[in-house]
Design a protein around this ligand. Sequence first.
Ligand SMILES: Nc1ncnc2c1ncn2[C@@H]1O[C@H](COP(=O)(O)OP(=O)(O)OP(=O)(O)O)[C@@H](O)[C@H]1O
Ligand SMILES: [Mg+2]
Length: 224
Amino acid sequence: MGVVHGAGKRISATMDQFGLKAEFIDGLRVTDEETLKVVQAVLSDFNQRIVWSINKRGGKAVGISGVSGDLFAARKIHHDLGFVGSIEKVDGELAKLFTQNGYIPVIYPIGSDEQGTLFNINADHAASELACSLKAEKLILLTNVNGVLRNRDDEGSLIPSLTLSEAKSILEESFVTAGMKPKVESCISAVEHGVKSAHIIGLKRHAILEEIFTEEGVGTMITR
Ligand SMILES: Nc1ncnc2c1ncn2[C@@H]1O[C@H](COP(=O)(O)OP(=O)(O)OP(=O)(O)O)[C@@H](O)[C@H]1O
Ligand SMILES: [Mg+2]
């Protein structure tokens, strides 16, 4: 098992403290040089807090960025987004080394290119790429809503399961916006590349167990 995390709300709050304005295009944070510094600082801080929490509960966690072991080789996605990277290549060797030895790698999604430029990578995209590279059985994306909703303001409109083609067609529809867009894209890409199931679920106590071990689940599951 491995963990990839973002820190969206924390980054926006810290940007606000420093008088920077958070801006998003299709759910991705526009990242200029100053924003990248905030992104790095907040992600690294949050990473250590997650590692500590896992260790405290008896797990053995180790925190790394996507630069370690050349995990995420990245490149600029689009000029308008600044230092936002897409993943060119994944080297899952280091993550494997940890998991094989009983450590849970906790990864924050900063990647680098050949020149050493650092990029902010969306955590959902990073998790999906890593899952594919490790030939993981499942990709589980945790968030602040229970899954994909038909109506963003109504938790009762949760879509419990989607096939690959259904997932692709809802991306075309207008109700999947903002941060949900990279999640659905990431699930589609993971399942297309051999991950058996991809799940979008709300971050609640026992949510992962319920999603995996109950018939009805708690969130949205995407399969072939
Ligand atoms: N159809 C939809 N169903 C559910 N949520 C949706 C939908 N369309 C847009 N959203 C939004 O997507 C958000 C989840 O993505 P978001 O990127 O904000 O969170 P995250 O990835 O969990 O955390 P981070 O802040 O680190 O990015 C929800 O809070 C919701 O506002
Ligand atoms: Mg997000």
